[in-house]
Every structure is written in C-alpha cells, then in structure tokens.
Ligand binder design. Structure first.
Ligand SMILES: C[S@@+](CC[C@H](N)C(=O)[O-])C[C@H]1O[C@@H](n2cnc3c(N)ncnc32)[C@H](O)[C@@H]1O
Length: 278
C-alpha cells in the first residue's frame, strides 16, 4: 500500500466496490499477521487523526465517507493527507462500513507505518525519565489505556517485554485515543530486557501482590522504571528479581488484584504526584 503521486494531482479516488483491492488491504490490517508483515496499522476518527497530524505523523492512505470533507477538520485532514502524498480514497457508506469498526463507526480512517523505538542507551536517560515496562500484557484495551495514561503523566515511553498484545491493533489504538502517536513504544524479548535493565541508572519499581510496601509510602527515585505484570500470572520471577523495590496497592474487598491498567494508573500518578499540577 504505497502512496500514489497521482492522488495529490488528481484528487481522491472514488471507491464504491466492496471487492476493491484497497478495501481488501485495509480490512486485512485487522489481522496481526498482516500488520506484522506490512508494518502498517489503521487509526479511525477525526480527533485521533488530528493527534497523529499534530504529533508529526504522515498517513500512507486516507479513506473518508464521500461528501464528508467539505469543511472544517475533515477538510483540513484531507489537505494534510494530500500534502503528505497519501493515497486518498473517497468511499461509499457501504465501503466505509466494511473497513471501519462496526461499533461507533467513524467517517474517516487512515493507514500509517508503525513506529518502534529503541530502548534508551545508557547515558540517554534524563533525570526525569519514567518508562513503563509491561510484561506479557494480553488485553489490547488495557494496553491502549496504559499508553493513554503514560501520555497523561508525561512518561518517556512503554516497553513491551515478551509476548504482548499488539499496540497497533484496532482495539488498542482506539483505547489510546490518539496517544499511540505520542508515546514511544519499545519491544524487547525477556532476555534482551534483562540485559538492558543492567544499564538502567535509576530505580526499578515492580508492582507485586506479595509486596509489603504500600505504593503511597515509597519515595520514588528518578529516573524510574515501573514494571507491571501480565493479567494472568503477574510479574515473572525473572522480572521481580531485577526490581530495586516492589510495591503494592492496598485492597479492602475480596478481590485478588486490580485491573492491570487501573493499577498502572494509580502507581504512575503516585510516582508523578510532585510533577503534575493543574
Ligand atoms: C491482574 S494483575 C495479575 C494478578 C496475578 N494473578 C498475580 O498474582 O500477580 C496484573 C498486574 O497488575 C498489577 N497489580 C494489580 N493489582 C495490584 C495491586 N493490588 N498491587 C500491585 N500491583 C497490582 C501487577 O503488576 C500485576 O502483575
């Protein structure tokens, strides 16, 4: 799916056939295998695309409902995509229904190239660095919510360790509400992370149900790595072993644990409490 120069000159291409090759290719990006092979992903909705534009991303393709870009933000986004050399498709409602999410469908979606960052090198960790490390996160909704929260607290980025949900899946991207375009994402195998973490100059905080320190009583020393376990087994023994401290969020009810995204948000806000103000 490469940009087509003639789009910029000739205006958007009109597509009404559900059998169109482009329609099939956009739909195929729902599959993780195809996202992995192409290195691309889709994002839907004008406000999410505004986040992408404002963060300096450029789409390779923009599809929009016929007649919906006459004015305002949709028109601006069409101008942005055209200027970026993206292939622009004006599609019928039936085609949009095929390529957009079924629930809460949007009138515009775009295809982008995925971006993956490198883990910061030793010496490239400013004093206020705060990275969130997610081990084996399974739920794309949790992952997207954590990316959004990391953005909210001004975290440096997210490291995905081991076998994780895809942050570029439709569900994860939607849950980020545009933050996927602003938060650096790193992926590492467990062995790679265990080697890299030896170079980390600051504190390594793990969240663990067996911890005896209340997450509110700890003074977090920057730069900080926050390690979160997976929804199933929690933090592995290997990751727990590299923590300089482990903390727990107290719970009064009969539940075993908090939702991963909720626990991450609570601890992130505690770590950042002196830096965030209205
Ligand atoms: C749903 S929990 C996993 C529970 C898992 N059965 C276990 O034994 O750890 C997912 C992750 O959220 C975090 N978490 C959830 N509740 C927590 C709590 N009360 N205190 C600290 N971390 C918590 C931890 O990082 C945990 O690994």
């Amino acid at each position: 799916m490469k940009p087509r120069a003639e789009t910029a000159r000739g205006g958007p291409r009109v597509i009404t056939s559900l059998q169109n090759e482009r329609v099939k290719m956009i739909r195929a990006l729902e599959m993780r295998k195809v996202r992995r092979e192409t290195g691309q992903f889709t994002a839907e909705g004008a406000s999410v695309l505004v986040s992408a534009r404002d963060a300096g991303w450029k789409p390779v393709l923009l599809a929009f409902l016929a007649g919906s870009t006459g004015a305002g933000v949709p028109r601006d986004l069409l101008g942005w995509a055209t200027h970026a050399g993206a292939e622009c498709l004006e599609v019928s409602a039936a085609v949009l229904g095929k390529i957009a999410a079924k629930d809460n469908p949007q009138t515009m979606l775009a295809v982008f190239e995925q971006r993956w960052a490198e883990a910061p090198a030793p010496g490239d960790t400013p004093g206020d660095s705060l990275w969130v490390v997610l081990e084996g996160v399974r739920d794309p909704g949790n992952l997207g919510t954590i990316i959004r929260t990391a953005d909210a607290v001004g975290a440096s980025g997210i490291m995905l360790v081991g076998n994780c949900a895809d942050p570029y899946s439709r569900e994860a991207v939607r849950a980020t509400m545009g933050s996927v375009f602003g938060v650096p994402l790193v992926r590492l195998q467990l062995r790679e992370f265990l080697a890299w973490v030896q170079t980390w100059p600051g504190e390594v905080v793990g969240t663990h149900l067996a911890a005896t320190d209340d997450f509110r009583s700890a003074a977090y020393r920057a730069p900080t790595l926050l390690l979160m376990g997976s929804e199933g087994p929690g933090l592995s023994a290997e990751l727990a072993a590299v923590c300089s401290r482990t903390v727990k969020v107290p719970m009064a009810g009969r539940l075993d644990s908090l939702n991963l995204a909720v626990a991450t948000a609570l601890v992130l806000y505690e770590i950042r409490k002196d830096r965030l103000s209205l």
